[in-house]
Structure formats: C-alpha cells, structure tokens
Design a binder for this molecule. Sequence first.
Ligand SMILES: Cc1cc2nc3c(=O)[nH]c(=O)nc-3n(C[C@H](O)[C@H](O)[C@H](O)COP(=O)(O)OP(=O)(O)OC[C@H]3O[C@@H](n4cnc5c(N)ncnc54)[C@H](O)[C@@H]3O)c2cc1C
Length: 402
Amino acid sequence: MDLSLSAEDQAFQDEVRRFLDDNLSEDLREAGAKTGGVFADFAAGLRWHKVLARRGWSAPSWPQEYGGTGWNATQRYIFARECTAVDAPRIFSMGLRMVGPVIMKFGTPEQKAKYLPKIVAGDITFCQGYSEPGSGSDLASLKTRAVRDGDDYVINGTKIWTTGAHVADHMFCLVRTAAEGKPQDGISFVLIDSMQTPGLSVKPIVTLAGDHEVNQVFFDNVRTPVANRIGPENAGWTVAKYLLEFERGGDAYTPNLYARIEDVRRIAREEAADGSGRLIEERGFAERLAEAEIAIQALEMIELQVLSDLSKGRNPGAVSSQMKIRGSETLQALDHLGVEALAWYAAPFEPEARTMGRNEPTVVPDLGLTAMPLYLNNRAATIYAGSNEIQRNIVAKAVLAL
Ligand SMILES: Cc1cc2nc3c(=O)[nH]c(=O)nc-3n(C[C@H](O)[C@H](O)[C@H](O)COP(=O)(O)OP(=O)(O)OC[C@H]3O[C@@H](n4cnc5c(N)ncnc54)[C@H](O)[C@@H]3O)c2cc1C
C-alpha cells in the first residue's frame, strides 16, 4: 500500500490544519488535553461537534446524502490524525459512530428523516443500552422486557455500564420482545427519545480513576412508541451485530495511539533515568517505546485497509475484532509506559486538576496530568465493546474457521 501523500492529500492536510488553527479554541484544546477517559468533557465535545457540523465535517464516515463529508479513506485518516495531534476534544460519538449507520441500513425513510440530520448537527446525542447485569459477553441472554400496549412498548428492566447515560438525551436499546425460541430470536432494537421519559432513572457508577462516565439505567414501565423500533420485531439481534462491527472497527485507533506515544515521549524527555541522562535515552525504555511504535504502525496498515473498504460501502466484518484486540492492548502498553515514565509523580490523586479552566499548581507535572487517569480508565478498553476474549473467539471462528 502506498502511504505517501499525493499533492491532493497534502492540500487537504493543509486545509484541515488551517481549519483547526482557526476554529479549535484554547479552551476546546484544554478539554481535549485533559481527557482522562474515553470522551472529552461532554459540553466541550458537543461545542466542538457543532463547530465541525457548521463546516460540514462532523460525520466523516457517513455518505454525503446523509450529511457526511464524502471524503475518501485517506482523507478521513488525515483528518483524524490532525485532530488528535492538536488535542481536539473526542466527541461523544455513539450517535455518529453506532446508531447512525444502523438507522441508515435498517431505518424507515421517516426514521432516517427524524434522526440522521439531528445526529449530524449535534442536536441529539445517544447512549448505548446493550449490557445488563449478567448479560455482557452473553448479550443474547438480556432480560429487559418490552411488552406492546397499543402504539407503545412498555419497558421494564435495567441496563448497566451505560456510558454517558447521564449526559445523552436519547438511548438506543436492546429489549426482549419474545421469550420463546432461541434467545437471539426474541430481541428488538428500539430508540428512546428522551432520557427524561417517566419511569427511566440513571444511577452513576464512579470508576477507578474517580471519573463518572458509566451508569446503571433502570426502566420502570418506560413507554416508547412502536414506531421507534429499528428493523422488524424480534430481529434486533441482526441489527445489534451490525452495530457492533462499527463499534469495534468503524473508527481508526491509531491516530489516538500516535498522540498517546507522543505524550509518553514528552514525559520521557523531561524525566531523569535511574542512572544518568534522560529516560528517553535509556536503552530498555527506548526499546519498549520502539516496540509500541511498531505495533501502532502494524495496526495502521490494517486500519487503512478497513477504512478503504468502508468508504467503498463494505462493512468491516471480523477484522474489526482483530483491530479491537490490537488497538486496546497497544493502548494499555502505552499507558503503562506513561505511568512508568512519571514514576512517583503518577501517584497523587488530583482529579480536580483536570477540570476545565483550573490552573492552580499541581503535584503532578502538567505533562503527566492524564497519565494515571488514562492508565486506570483504559483498563476497561479490553472489556468494553466486547471483551478481548470474546473478540478472540470471533477471530477463531470467523477468520481461522476453528
Ligand atoms: C468502561 C465501560 C464502559 C462500557 N460502556 C457500555 C455502554 O455504553 N453500553 C453498554 O451496553 N455496555 C457498556 N459496557 C459493557 C461492556 O460491553 C461489558 O462489560 C462487556 O461486554 C463484558 O461483559 P460483562 O461485564 O458482563 O463481563 P462478563 O461477560 O461476565 O465477562 C467476565 C469475564 O469472562 C470472560 N468471558 C466471558 N465469556 C467468555 C467466553 N465465552 N469465552 C472466553 N471468555 C469469556 C470475559 O472476557 C471477561 O474477562 C461498558 C463496560 C465498561 C467497563
């Protein structure tokens, strides 16, 4: 694969850089740089989403007819690399990345018209209601029940680990609509138009790094219209699986990994090695950094291939599982190096230092403010979006035919 940029690609890169210079304000950049979890501060991310939407750039992977950019795979990759390189906030993207493509494929014309333009514009945000206590890897065993009552479904049950349920205003949700037959055959995919719907409540779960990103959601006779079902009743499993391929493979991992390795390098240039000199020059550390960089480059090759397939309308298939495994494991290796480079400065617990606008002195040097939070939060990267053990099972079956 030829990875050198053509003159046209370079012109595009310049255009993106100019746009970022002109539009990524200092406070948005701060929000990006202080991200200690998966997504940037929600409000800042939403502001950035709207800036991108005004330029027509909020949905790089969507077809143009639905408000996408029409970029080819290389352009999309360039855009992602340029954004992460300057700490643009990571947008809360479950609408753009997950439910949007699902609505395009399985939605009715009315559903497309109702949701897609608002997702692109950042006027509505979705959270993902798949997992339940006892139904994570074994998702088909889910128990949250939806019973038809006139033109509505009435939903009872609970979802857990729901990222951003406290900030999103919509939810896409898997519910059980039939108890007979195979568990997979009794599931439907429905949308809930407001997280304020009567009977719906959200309870925070604070994670290891002290951040509130995930929640448990309870449904007590929550009503949603039958018209909000995507795809036929009891065919939700097919819809759910399609979405998971995008969750695992729809976005490139490597732009973020390149930004993270640069963070580690910056820390290692500042910190002293055990003997003499800087850590970046210490042989053992330098070798591990090089190994991580090689892993990123190898993953980049696969990602560019997948992006190219996606832009031709092919969905990623089982290769998205391979990307998820390699991406999350490389991320954790980088987090480990970051914490090791900071040594004891990684330890102080200063979550308030990562709030927007705060500039009081901290024990942890500025460069390392997110090292430990990312290390702790990204322990979950090998669990969420389907655990890596499950991804290995998929690769074994679908790729190796074992
Ligand atoms: C930070 C975070 C954010 C999340 N966000 C969301 C969200 O927004 N929406 C949502 O719906 N869900 C979300 N999840 C849930 C996530 O998808 C599940 O945690 C995940 O699917 C694993 O399910 P589980 O937690 O029930 O673990 P289990 O399924 O109980 O697994 C426990 C362990 O057993 C292993 N295991 C299970 N079955 C097998 C098998 N057949 N073969 C080999 N090993 C196996 C697993 O790999 C894991 O190590 C999130 C999770 C986390 C941690």
